[in-house]
Design a protein around this ligand. Structure first.
Ligand code: SF4
Length: 373
């Protein structure tokens, strides 16, 4: 459902959104990367000035609801190094393959993510990009190219593919061309966008990249992130922790931060705790699992997600998170299909595949059923 509006209402750390339950702050994490100290800061912010929880978004960002002191939160976020550009804070939407450089993939794309972030912030015209436009940098394993980002790249064994709306355009890049090419595409979008905020909303998306072949099938969507014990290629261990419905209690976030390891928030509302010794990973697993984090890749929690719904969102016809949790107890729950519960037809946070169920006030009806390919 395209949303036409002249101004960008997408929230950030400085431009907050007034939700039904108070001010909402969204903090961008390019590539999902966040340090333990930064996560501890956000947990503290949520406890002192917010609802006591952190929400993980489908773009690997973090948001805090029910903010009572917007100025204090912005200062804390900036002090933690999470607000490098006040003018560009909402347009730093970059997802990257979360395990890149640690396991698998054709390239380590972590440097591409940070270089792209810096290049976006350095390009003044991209302050007009809008908070819904996003970039995907796939290290070749095919995990984030199918998420439906506006523009991106996909590492190949012998080069890099330019990707637009999840499709390989046939355009090939060298590694050195990746960041300039993505910035040029975003600048071009700003020039031609009219009232569009997403490439898919352009009257003719081919206008963005005239050399592109837009006829390719999209990359297949992936609806689950890496979960459980993951042996990194350097001998260390990453733990993949799914967060039920993306709602991370601040107290649990404090435990994650206390491990003092690099963290990655994934677009599947999970957290990777990286670069652990086996001993630390084993201890962390024993502490974190009883706190509600999910380390079982067969858990039904990985098949269900929800938008904010009531009471946080005034548009919602139901408490969709509660209903999503209840759905796991239903005997007819289809364990194979991903189900996303939403409170209205805006269908916020919908994954690229699976069922989207919209609240009607009397129950739910199927809004979309996109099978996994
Ligand atoms: S889908 Fe509707 S109810 Fe759910 S968060 Fe978005 S606007 Fe609110």
């Amino acid at each position: 459902m395209a949303r036409e509006r002249d101004t960008d209402a997408c929230p950030g750390a400085l431009q907050v959104h007034q939700a039904a339950d108070g001010a909402l702050v969204r903090v961008r994490l390019p590539g999902g990367s966040i340090s333990a100290a930064q996560l501890a800061t956000l947990a503290g912010v949520a406890t002192e000035f917010g609802s006591g929880t952190l929400e993980l978004t489908a773009r690997g960002n973090v948001q805090v609801r029910g903010i009572t002191d917007v100025t204090a939160v912005a200062a804390a976020v900036a002090g933690a190094g999470l607000l490098p550009s006040p003018t560009h804070e909402r347009v730093r939407n970059i997802v990257g393959s979360p395990l890149s450089g640690r396991l698998g993939g054709e390239a380590d794309v972590r440097g591409w993510v940070s270089e792209l972030d810096a290049a976006i912030c350095a390009e003044s015209s991209l302050a007009e990009l809008g908070g819904r436009f996003w970039f995907a940098i796939d290290d070749g394993r095919g995990d984030v190219s199918g998420l439906g980002a506006d523009v991106g790249v996909h590492a190949l064994g012998d080069g890099v593919a330019m990707v637009v709306t999840g499709r390989d355009t046939g355009v090939r890049l060298t590694v050195d061309e990746v960041v300039p090419a993505l910035v040029a595409l975003a600048v071009r979008f700003v020039e031609i966008r009219g009232k569009a905020w997403r490439v898919s909303e352009l009257a003719d998306p081919a206008e963005l990249l005239p050399d592109a072949d837009m006829s390719a099938a999209p990359f297949p969507p992936v609806t689950k992130g890496p979960v459980g014990w993951i042996d990194q290629q350097d001998g260390r261990v990453a733990l993949g922790a799914a967060v039920p419905l993306g709602v991370l209690p601040a107290r649990v976030a404090e435990f994650l931060a206390a491990i003092e390891a690099p963290l990655v928030v994934t677009p599947w509302r999970s957290v990777l705790v990286c670069d652990l010794s086996e001993e630390v990973a084993d201890t962390a697993l024993r502490v974190l699992a009883p706190l509600g984090l999910v380390f079982d890749e067969n858990s039904p929690w990985l098949n269900v997600s929800a938008c904010t719904g009531s009471p946080g969102c005034a548009h919602s016809a139901a408490d969709v998170r509660a209903d999503a949790a209840l759905s796991l107890q239903a005997p007819d729950a289809d364990a194979a299909a991903h189900r996303h519960f939403v409170g209205c037809e805006r269908a916020c946070g919908s994954p690229p595949a699976g069922q989207v169920l919209v609240a009607t006030g009397q129950g739910y009806r199927l809004l979309r059923d996109q099978p996994l390919r």
